[in-house]
Design a protein around this ligand. Structure first.
Ligand SMILES: *Cc1c(COP(=O)(O)O)cnc(C)c1O
Length: 345
């Protein structure tokens, strides 16, 4: 099937592809992986996923390289993270092998939707695990469906590496201390929507949350991790309530490889004034540079302390270097010294 997608205009939004894959866990075992052209699924209206958020998901990408090869970036890491999330929810998770096989099959069945090299676009994979048996009592679902969904995507913000402004909204949290902030659950996103919508109305592109226990240290954004550059050091927060981003982990490795120092530690808000570069990181765009952070005691009031970093129009040089290394590996432009990519033959 030929598509008439304008790859250069893709943003981070859904485009229907050829198929979705699904596999059911029922009566204590996984069934066959099925492929469906219809992207709607049929589940009980009493499914635990719908009532008690018994749902976790992943996000990763497949790229068409400069050398014509197709690479999936670190799917073993996403499989392991999904297994952690599922364990927290008390539900069954696919094995790493099953997870990666389904990633590869989804790419093959939707190859027409894998953007050509040079468009800065990619095929986003969205593995999703839901509890589906009908239930009223609050307990972990015994039956689940594991879905492998996909969609071609471009740059998340529409523009590549365009610096953004964000806000610290001290009167809101996305996660609780000792809660579920470190697992990739749909419920965490629901918890962040109110403050995100309010911030968005004020012109901010994202909310930067603080550690929910002391409100003293930087945690992360609603859907991405925080990092900063000071001198030759890559700095990112250490916290029990942030999602361990695979992009962040990759940036740390890239920074070390490029001869930078790496610090993963608690970061006090006041430290922001000493950073030369700051940014968001995640699968969607790898890096989004941040040029301004407004610290507001109440999101609804005008009281604010502002911190700025580098240029308002361009990504900082160290962030750019890291971005180029990661995207270079993903598109087969740079040698992959880490062996991160899984090839689709
Ligand atoms: C998915 C996610 C990230 C980014 O993780 P990556 O593995 O880099 O895509 C960061 N923060 C939150 C809250 C997330 O859900």
């Amino acid at each position: 099937m030929a598509t008439n997608i304008d790859w250069s205009r893709l943003t981070f939004s859904y485009t229907k592809t050829n198929t979705i894959l699904s596999c059911s866990f029922k009566d204590g075992k996984w069934g066959e992986v099925e492929s469906h052209t219809d992207d709607t699924i049929r589940i009980s209206s009493f499914a635990g996923a719908l009532h008690y958020s018994i749902e976790c998901f992943e996000g990763l990408k497949a790229f068409r390289g400069k050398d014509g090869k197709i690479r999936i970036f670190r799917p073993d890491e996403n499989a392991a993270r999904l297994q952690r999330s599922a364990k927290f929810l008390g539900i069954e998770a696919p094995s790493t092998e099953m997870f990666i096989e389904m990633c590869i099959r989804a790419v093959k069945e939707n190859i027409d939707f894998l953007p050509p090299y040079g468009t800065h676009a990619s095929l986003y994979l969205r593995p999703t695990l839901i509890g589906v048996n009908p239930q009223l009592g609050v307990n972990s679902s015994k039956d689940c469906i594991f879905l492998m969904l996909c969609s071609p995507v471009g740059a998340y913000t529409g523009g590549n590496l365009e610096p953004i402004n964000v806000v610290i909204a001290r009167n809101y949290d996305r996660a609780a201390p000792n809660g579920c902030g470190c697992y990739k659950l749909g419920g965490n996103y629901a918890a962040s929507l109110y403050s995100y919508n309010l911030a968005h109305k004020q012109g901010y592109k994202a909310v930067l949350y603080l550690d929910p226990a002391e409100k003293k240290y930087i945690d992360e954004f609603n859907s991405s991790n925080f990092f900063a550059i000071k001198g030759n050091t890559y700095i990112t927060p250490e916290s029990d309530s942030i999602l361990p981003s695979i992009t962040n982990k990759s940036l740390e490795a890239a920074a070390r490889y490029l001869g930078m120092d790496v610090e993963r530690r608690k970061i006090e808000v006041e430290e922001l004034s000493g950073f030369e570069e700051a940014g968001e990181c995640g699968t969607a765009v790898v890096i989004t540079p941040v040029y301004q952070i407004d610290d507001k005691p109440f999101l609804e009031s005008d009281e604010v302390t502002s911190y700025t970093f580098g240029s308002k129009t361009a990504c900082g040089p160290k962030s750019l270097r890291l971005y180029n290394m990661i995207t270079g590996i993903q598109y087969g432009e740079t040698e992959d010294p880490f062996g991160w990519c899984v090839f689709v033959e």
